[in-house]
Write a protein of this length. Structure first.
Length: 388
């Protein structure tokens, strides 16, 4: 979750390091470090921007198709830091007890499957626009159901085309490249794809839920980085594409570069889903502006810059959410207070149609109950008259 760079920062004060192959490499220059961190910031900003735009389209597509919109509610947000803590500490214990190579092999296989699908999903609109129209785009459907009649449930209901198959093949080729070489470019392609999909598909149902999630993970990040060595240990041991990396010594060592700056995907996706919610809130206001989205987006950039600055000053790994959460949550709330939108912001629901539908069903049930009660009373009166 945090931007783990303690090991990297220690190596920057050395004059030379030696790689496993025995080739001596020069220490990174300040210019190289600036390029690395600048690249990480760009790679963090782009998934949030495009993921937020895609989340709006995803919301519209889901509503148009009549599918149920999955949202993270307040209970989910409160449980998330607890579940994340259990998973993190579990990984820490596993890495202490078992071979890192074997554990990373299993984790890499798991994330390989997820991130190949994420990259294929990200490439789909790009590849679709590049393939000539003369090549047919044949649709396919995979369905797997359970039960019959009214008890029938769709376990798998997936539509895809030949263009999607091409995207999957390209993603698999990049995946094989990553497995064989563990190259940082392949790692970043997977990381960016995973972050974009996370921001696009993970939706919060309202601002209160977002604030609960951010507050919980704020405490989670600070505790596991400053309170223990668990986060740093797991991040150093975890060899899977769950972080963005960029070599600080690229300018002096070229392809032999080994000194990486890192940024966890959680530091992108968690603030990103809140920023995406604010974009959908902007759209709901119908003011033809994106005030709250751009406010939170700029605040995220400034928070990330502050994280890097503090890390360099204190020469210690920093919990990025310590700076990102106050920035991304505080800035839009302040703007809402100034503009008089605070009440509207907290009242916003990301699934108003479901809310209206629920209210409508409730009213219908209440009306039906009243009708039944009235009919029952009239029936009793008739029976009483007959008995007289």
């Amino acid at each position: 979750m945090a931007d783990v760079a303690e090991k990297v920062l220690q190596e920057t004060v050395e004059n030379a390091t030696e790689t496993l192959s025995g080739v001596k490499t020069l220490a990174p220059t300040p210019e190289g470090a600036a390029v690395a961190y600048g690249s990480l910031i760009i790679m963090a900003m782009l998934p949030i921007f495009f993921g937020a735009l895609r989340s709006v389209k995803h919301q519209k597509d889901q509503k148009d198709s009549g599918k149920k919109l999955e949202r993270m509610n307040s209970k989910d947000a409160m449980m998330f830091p607890i579940i994340a803590s259990v998973a993190l500490f579990g990984l820490y214990v596993i890495f202490k007890l078992f071979s890192k190579d074997h554990i990373n092999l299993l984790l890499t296989a798991y994330f390989f499957f997820l991130e190949v699908l994420a990259l294929a999903h990200l490439l789909s609109p790009v590849i679709g626009s590049l393939i000539p129209s003369s090549i047919p785009n044949i649709p396919f459907h995979i369905g797997f159901t359970k039960g019959k009649g009214n008890q029938k449930q769709d376990l798998i209901d997936y539509d895809f085309t030949t263009h999607d198959i091409v995207c999957l093949i390209i993603a698999l080729i990049i995946g094989v490249w990553y497995l064989l070489k563990k190259h940082w470019i392949a790692n970043n392609l997977f990381g960016v794809a995973f972050a974009v999909n996370g921001v696009e598909l993970l939706h919060l149902n309202n601002v209160v839920t977002g604030l609960i999630l951010l507050s919980g993970l704020f405490v989670y990040d600070v505790f596991w980085v400053f309170g223990t060595n668990v986060m740093v240990t797991v991040a150093k041991s975890f060899d899977a594409p769950i972080k963005l990396v960029f070599p600080q010594d690229l300018l002096v060592n070229g392809f032999n570069a080994t000194n990486f700056a890192m940024l966890g995907l959680g530091d992108i996706v968690i603030p990103g889903i809140f920023i995406a919610l604010l974009l959908r809130f902007d759209n709901s206001l119908k003011r033809k502006s994106r005030t709250y989205f751009y406010t939170a987006y700029i605040a995220y950039f400034l928070g990330l810059m502050l994280t890097i600055l503090v890390m360099h000053i204190f020469r210690h790994a920093q919990p990025a959410l310590l700076y990102l959460v106050p920035a991304c949550a505080g800035a839009p709330l302040l703007i809402a207070l100034i503009k008089g939108d605070l009440k509207v912001l907290f009242a916003y629901q990301d699934n108003p149609d479901e809310k209206k539908s629920s209210k409508k069903n409730k009213d219908q049930n209440s009306s039906a109950n009243n009708t039944n009660q009235q009919s029952s009373k009239e029936s009793k009166k008739k029976d009483a008259k007959k008995s007289k």
